[in-house]
Write a protein that binds this ligand. Structure first.
Ligand code: ADP
Ligand code: ASP
Ligand code: MG
Length: 454
């Protein structure tokens, strides 16, 4: 397709019949939008994660199943009466399966089972939005993305196998986009080479949209959400946040990495590989405009945005033997690699290393720090773990080449206790680690000083 647009709708954009209708109208207003990617209805993945945790039994499971039934039934209640019976049967079939799988989880949870449970959310929302298109007089069909979205077997945080995906999409998905019907598919879910269901990590539907955009050679990828574009910071936390018309790939990627939930951190990777522009807008208020994320932009201000990433844990490793010695860092990072512990920020002094790790974003809901890993580190250094921290990241351009950047940033954070600072590795960010309770006040203050008074 020459001008293919892929439109992704997040949980709030498909949360009920009205939201699905607005989203469907957005799709129908652009003739180039042929492929629609949906998340589960708002709240559904969280319910499924709880059911997969293994911590619920009997009535506890039933209560969650009833809530899932309620969310989906209020959509089914408004579709064409002729389609109702089939949709109720489809919903009940899924609820039965979820209930059986939740009981299985209560006897022993696993990441593979969790993925099998959470996938029902996207399967249900994609099935039902097709009916909403039907109400609006448009033809759409559902396509099971697991036929093409091949991943490895890293359940809960699976990595896409881009070449297999491209080949499968060319064979099975792209020809459908040339037909008369819109194609609706699921974000977030995939399958491994054995055909077992996997997921791309929480918020992963954005990533699905850009992976499919790459595989189907789309001209644009549209991420429709509950805010009219990317703002200078989360508008829910700082009411003075301002919309940004245009962002570069690097700026948007930094924002996503440092916690701006509006885009999943991997979303830009496939778009960058193919140079596909990404649009972010509100499905409820599309007329308000949005943000274009492009390879480069006209303006490159030193301060563009501030992001907040919660649930950070700081690990400080100290060893007097580090003085003048070599190989200490290699040994420490070798252990992190062995336990597949991803590390974000790093700061070192003569006898110690401080690193931050992310405690959020796991579907497993389990403690992320392996005790075995900590014990292995304790064999040769003193280990201190501090939790309940947040990262406040200033995102901009050419920061290290712009005189006065640090003075202004440090002045802004001056009234707060800062646990760690990271600056210099990237020209695009300056990060402060602060305690969780100081995060929003620090974010607000920095936003005011650097972006509102710019
Ligand atoms: P969806 O369900 O559509 O994927 P998300 O909840 O994942 O939506 O992302 C949208 C939310 O991202 C917004 O409601 C907003 O609170 C949050 N957000 C965080 N940072 C920003 C930002 N810089 N600009 C806009 N929204 C942001
Ligand atoms: N439904 C999934 C989640 O809640 C994926 C997504 O919304 O992008 O994490
Ligand atoms: Mg999201």
């Amino acid at each position: 397709m020459k001008e293919l647009d892929i439109a992704k709708f997040g949980g709030t954009s498909v949360k009920d019949f009205e939201a699905m209708s607005s989203s469907a109208r957005v799709v129908l207003s652009n003739p180039n939008t042929r492929l629609v990617v949906v998340s589960a209805c708002a709240g559904v993945t969280n319910l499924l994660v709880e059911l997969a945790s293994g911590a619920l039994f009997g009535d506890g499971i039933e209560a969650k199943i009833s809530e899932l039934r309620r969310i989906h039934m209020q959509i089914i209640d408004k579709i064409l009466p002729s389609e109702r019976e089939r949709c109720v049967a489809y919903l009940e079939e899924h609820l039965k399966e979820i209930s059986d799988q939740a009981r299985e989880a209560s006897m022993g949870r696993s990441d593979a089972l969790t993925d099998r449970i959470v996938c029902h959310g996207e399967l249900l929302s994609s099935y039902l939005i097709v009916e909403v298109f039907r109400v609006l007089g448009a033809k759409a069909r559902v396509f099971d993305v697991r036929q093409v979205m091949r991943t490895d077997s890293n359940y809960g945080q699976a990595n896409p196998l881009v070449e297999v995906l491209a080949a499968k999409a060319r064979e099975l998905l792209c020809p459908l986009l040339e037909g008369g019907e819109l194609v609706v598919t699921q974000g977030f879910i995939g399958s491994n080479s054995e055909g077992c269901t996997t997921t791309l990590g929480r918020g992963g539907s954005d990533y699905t949209a850009s992976l499919l955009g790459e595989a189907c050679e789309a001209k644009t990828i549209s991420i429709w959400t509950d805010v009219p574009g990317v703002y200078t910071t989360d508008p829910r936390l700082v009411p003075h946040a301002m919309p940004i018309d245009e962002l570069s790939y690097s700026e948007a990627a930094e924002m996503a990495t440092f916690g701006a939930k509006i885009l999943h951190p991997s979303t830009l990777v496939p778009a960058v590989r193919r140079g596909i522009p990404v649009y972010v807008g509100s499905s409820r208020e599309p007329e308000k405009g949005g943000t274009w994320v492009r390879p480069t932009t006209q303006s490159r201000p030193p301060f563009r945005a501030v992001a907040l990433r919660r649930n950070q844990t700081l690990i400080v490793l100290a060893s007097p033997k580090m003085v003048g010695a070599s190989g200490f860092l290699a040994r420490v990072f070798g252990i992190f690699a062995k336990y597949r512990q991803s590390v974000d920020l790093v700061s070192t002094s003569e006898v110690s290393i401080a690193v931050t790790v992310d405690a959020g974003s796991q579907t497993s809901g389990l403690s992320h720090l392996s005790e075995d890993m900590l014990n292995e580190l304790r064999e040769f250094c003193h280990v201190k773990v501090e939790s309940s921290l947040s990262l406040v990241a200033i995102i901009g351009n050419e920061m290290s080449r712009t005189p006065g950047t640090t003075t202004r940033a440090f002045d802004a954070i001056g009234d707060f206790a800062v646990r760690m600072i990271c600056y210099g590795a990237s020209n695009h960010n300056l990060c402060f680690l602060v305690s969780e309770d100081m995060a929003v006040p620090a974010l607000t203050r920095i936003h005011e000083a650097l972006l509102e008074k710019a």
